[in-house]
Every structure is written in C-alpha cells, then in structure tokens.
Design a protein around this ligand. Structure first.
Ligand code: PEP
Length: 249
C-alpha cells in the first residue's frame, strides 16, 4: 500500500509559518516520494496553504462539524473545508475526544459528513496508559473502531490513525511488538467490518514520531504511514520523515 505521511499542526501556525508548507512542498518536488504527503492545518491557513502547495502535497483539516451549514457559531462544515482546499480531515483525535467531549457516535457522524463533502477521513483511536497497563488496549481500540465508523458503506475513510494517548507529544512510544500487535488487530477489525475493503484502509501510527524513530516504525508490518504532530511543524524534520519512504523511480 502506498504510505501516507500526514502532519497534524494542531493549534499552531500563523501566516509566517506558511513558509514551512512551501518548504515541504519544495522538498517533495525535489525528491518525488513514493508516499502521499498531507499536512492538516488550522482552518485559517488551509486556503493559502493549498495554493502554495500547488498539488505537490495535500492539505487537510483537523475537525469538522457534522452539519452542512446552520446556526453553529464558530463551527466549520466539511463542505467549507473542501471549499477552502482541504482534501482530508482528521476526526476523533484524542485531543478532541478529551477536551471537547467527542464520543465515538459524534465521530461517526463527522465521518459521514466528510464523505458527504468529498473529504477523506483519518479516524483516530488510541488507549490511555492505564488501559494499556490493565491489558485493555486491544479491546478499547477495537470498540473505538466499531463505534466510530458509520454504518454507511459510502464513507470515504482514508486511514485509521492509531495514537496511544500516552505516546502523543511525550517522547514515549510503544515497543515495536506492541505497535505490530495493535496494527494487526486494527486490520482484523477493519476486515471483519468492511470485508476486503478493510484491507485498503491505511493504518497510521502516531505518537512522538520523529526523524530518529520514523525508519524503524515505518518498516513494521501493517504500518502504512505516520501521523506526525510536533515533528511536522518544521519542514526539515517533516522532510526527513518523508525521506524514509523510498523516492519515486
Ligand atoms: C498527534 O497529535 O497526532 C501526534 C501524533 O503528536 P506528536 O507527534 O507530537 O506526538
């Protein structure tokens, strides 16, 4: 499967940082890669970034509302993101689940909205440190997948992002065996839910991925790419992670 290297800028980025997007796009132009490259930005930067990216890298968003439009002050619909130039949206990131009370059911509605608008969705799941310690990690993530995927078969899920909560921004990461065990479990869940289509959905690993550990993580079975937070903010770091994927012949 063609890998996906996706950046998540979270609530970082002013106009001055658009130079990083230009630099990431330039690095992909210089060394065409056998990966899809995506940067999910604050909504305020999407339109300008997508014109700077000039199709060399994709631009995405980090959340959307489930309705098309309406009296939802401060919210942004999937259609608006698409209109601004996004082609993907991250949904169910643990920071949204934690700070905005997003449940699996809310995430499922947003995935439907993304499909309706023609956006690809990256659905994030992951366990807490306590859940892992208690031996519940596989069950927690399996349940999140079951409940965060909508029933509609027309959904356009690009990827599932496995992001153990305790690995995000912490510099900690699971062992390679733990990553493989979880990614294989996620694959089984996707196939049992979606049949052969479940084999076409990428499973990304996220949690403190950086230029030093990316090669080892991306080489693991069932790891189809990475979701990168902190290390996507600097073009040099993000380009180094992209550089782990072989260049296009
Ligand atoms: C993320 O927020 O999706 C993430 C993986 O962050 P970091 O790479 O900084 O751990």
């Amino acid at each position: 499967m063609r890998p996906l290297i996706a950046g998540n800028w979270k609530m970082h980025g002013l106009s001055s940082q658009l130079a990083e997007i230009e630099a990431i796009a330039a690095s992909v132009k210089l060394r065409p890669t056998h990966a899809d490259v995506l940067v999910c930005l604050p909504a305020t930067l999407i339109a300008r970034a997508s014109s700077l990216a000039a199709g060399r890298i994709a631009i995405g968003a980090q959340n959307c509302h489930s309705e098309i439009s309406g009296a939802f002050t401060g919210d942004i619909s999937a259609e608006m993101l698409r209109d601004a130039g996004a082609n993907t949206v991250i949904l169910g990131h643990s920071e949204r689940r934690q700070h905005h009370g997003e449940t699996d059911a809310v995430v499922a509605k947003k995935v439907e909205a993304a499909s309706r608008a023609g956006l690809l969705a990256i659905i994030c799941i992951g366990e807490t440190q306590l859940q892992r310690k208690d031996g519940k990690a596989l069950a927690v993530c399996g349940n999140q997948i079951a409940a965060s995927l909508p029933d509609s078969m027309s959904m356009s899920v690009n990827a599932v992002g496995y992001e153990p909560l305790w690995a995000i921004g912490s510099g900690q990461e699971p062992t390679p065996d733990e990553i493989v065990e979880m990614h294989e479990h996620i694959r089984e869940c996707l196939v049992s839910r979606l049949g052969t289509r479940g084999r076409t959905i990428r499973i990304l690993f996220g949690g403190s991925v950086n230029p030093d550990n990316a090669r080892a993580i991306l080489a693991l079975p069932e790891v189809d790419g990475a979701l990168v937070g902190g290390a996507s903010l600097k073009a040099t770091d993000f380009a180094a992670i992209i550089g782990v994927v072989p260049a296009e012949p």
